[in-house]
Write a protein of this length. Sequence first.
Length: 137
Amino acid sequence: MRDRYLHWETIPTRWRDNDLYGHINNVVHYEYFDTVINRYLITSGGLDIKAGEVIGVAASSSCEYRAPLAFPSPVEAGLIVTRLGTSSVHYEIGLFNSGDDDPAAVGTFVHVFVDRTTRRPVSMPAPVRRALELITA
């Protein structure tokens, strides 16, 4: 499944990410999803998260856990867009242990782009759309 993903990022784990069972706690996976998606939107799409008129808000997310991830090993996060609308985008994220072909977790995440002030859906900015088209499956 590794070859399914079109954008990659390595995310360092932290000591506090592990739970008492010795693996990354389930809620931390969602932080990794947010990290890979938002870093891509900022660096590749030019999304201005601090002052831009348009922002992306989370509409839904899910995660299927398949194998443990654990500190101190980094997480390799793969990202693709599975559906690109006018104001929304559906992502799939694969979280991998270093060098593994099968993901330890597979997540879905939906962003809706909204006006920063009114919070009403708007068309995503053209540079963001172009960046997302590059990683659409």
